[in-house]
Design a protein around this ligand. Structure first.
Ligand SMILES: Cc1cc2nc3c(=O)[nH]c(=O)nc-3n(C[C@H](O)[C@H](O)[C@H](O)COP(=O)(O)OP(=O)(O)OC[C@H]3O[C@@H](n4cnc5c(N)ncnc54)[C@H](O)[C@@H]3O)c2cc1C
Length: 390
């Protein structure tokens, strides 16, 4: 990239600064050299390789936005997005682990934590502790604020009872940002965010889901039976947890967008390579216009999706309101990822339908983009409300 463009006030959103380029290249190299060799086995076993988490901590990728004064990398949200994209290009499970850590858990702690909480938890999040974000329950998914997990203040502790479902990173996590209600009759105004450690009395990780995609990312139930949480571990104010939940998930959606463009790009790259190698009717299938047009369409959609992700991430770093754009980003990137990965399977022909080739995994991994952190219906609802001014 010409030096003159880097500092240009109206540089393209995809123009990376020197620091961003260096960061992206480092993450890409790590994903290629270290993660790629484990991908197939992790998917088969449904377990994430622990050494990769340790190395991600060492590279500073689990505390990208944590200020250096708390032991983090002192980076930007945009850099976190680059990391999620590069990890997901190789493995969407690796992508979501880094995504939840940075865009949900660390972000919420940095923004809503008091000084004592930041001093206690942020250095751990940057160096060794995996985080998880526990909002959903069996009966409250899209209707998240109908949650039933109860929190009662008893002396210097809150006592939590209930069950959480679908919690990403639950097997590996040491810290959970967990939402419970002080009074279901108060509706969303009873919801409170708690910092719950995995060794608090009464806290258990339950059943692990056997999933279609992102199989190496753990998704589990949480069981709270008289789980005792110190009063000081309320994140933000009691009864204001709904604000933390909404605002954190708004940022998180850009992260899912980054995961989706990574997945789409990973599948597209395999499709291009295969199309050049595979011969039918005496020539490479990439010489057929039908295949060329498919690859061109895929590349165009990936580029459009990336523009949305990068622009929304840069809006967030610039302190602008990005609510509508984040919803559009998640909605569109998950559609693109589904289409692109599906076409990649078709370009591989019969081989694409087998586990001997990598594209079927991308196809399975893409599906989650339309479901978690607010389904596509919920994103459309948000966009519609904003554009109609209701
Ligand atoms: C792999 C995985 C990881 C996850 N990780 C986490 C996590 O870390 N933390 C966490 O808290 N949660 C997590 N979730 C939960 C996820 O956010 C929910 O599954 C999601 O919000 C949808 O909720 P639901 O499954 O209850 O579906 P439902 O809400 O029951 O939705 C079912 C269908 O109805 C539609 N629908 C619902 N309400 C409306 C409406 N008002 N208008 C139109 N359509 C509607 C939905 O769009 C969907 O198509 C995860 C889920 C999965 C599968």
């Amino acid at each position: 990239m010409p030096e003159s463009l880097l500092h240009h006030p109206s540089a393209p959103v995809t123009t990376l600064s020197e620091d961003e380029t260096l960061f992206r290249d480092t993450v890409r190299q790590f994903a290629e050299d270290k993660i790629r060799p484990h991908v197939k086995e992790m998917d088969e076993k449904g377990v994430f390789e622990r050494s990769l988490l340790d190395e991600s901590f060492q590279l500073g990728l689990m505390g990208i936005e944590i200020p250096e004064s708390y032991g983090g990398s002192g980076g930007t949200f945009f850099e976190a997005i680059l990391a999620v994209e590069e990890f997901s290009r190789v493995d969407a499970s690796a992508g979501v682990i880094v995504d939840v850590q940075n865009t949900l858990v660390n972000n919420a702690l940095i923004r809503w934590g008091n000084e004592a909480q930041k001093k206690h938890y942020l250095p751990k999040m940057a160096s060794s502790t995996v985080g998880a974000y526990a909002l959903s329950e069996a009966a409250s998914g899209s209707d998240a604020f109908a949650l039933q997990t109860r929190a009662e203040l008893k002396g210097s502790e809150y006592v939590l009872n209930g069950r959480k479902l679908w919690i990403t990173n639950a097997k590996e996590a040491g810290l959970f940002i967990l939402f419970a209600t002080l009074d279901p009759a108060k509706g969303y105004k009873g919801i409170t965010a708690f910092l719950v450690e995995n060794n608090f009395p009464g806290f258990m990780v339950g059943k692990k889901e056997d999933k279609l995609g992102i199989r190496a990312s753990s998704t589990c139930e949480l069981i709270l039976e008289d789980c005792r949480v110190p009063k000081d571990n309320v994140l933000g104010e009691p009864g204001k947890g709904y604000k933390i939940a909404i605002e954190t998930l708004n940022e998180g959606r850009i992260g899912i967008g980054a995961q989706m463009i990574g997945v789409a790009r990973g599948a597209w790259e395999y499709a291009v390579k295969y199309a050049k190698e595979r011969k039918q009717f005496g020539k490479s299938i990439s010489e057929f216009q039908a295949i060329q047009f498919q690859l061109a369409q895929m590349a165009t959609e990936i580029e459009a999706a990336r523009l949305l992700v990068y622009n929304t991430a840069r809006m967030k770093d610039a302190g602008m309101n990005f609510l509508k754009e984040a919803a559009m980003t998640k909605l569109y990137t998950s559609q693109v990822a589904e289409r692109v990965t599906s076409l990649a399977v078709e370009i591989y022909g019969g081989a694409g339908f087998t586990k001997d080739y990598p594209v079927e995994k991308y196809f399975r991994d893409a599906k989650i983009g339309k479901i978690y952190e607010g389904t596509s219906h919920m994103q459309l609802g948000t966009i519609a409300k904003i554009i109609l001014g209701s």
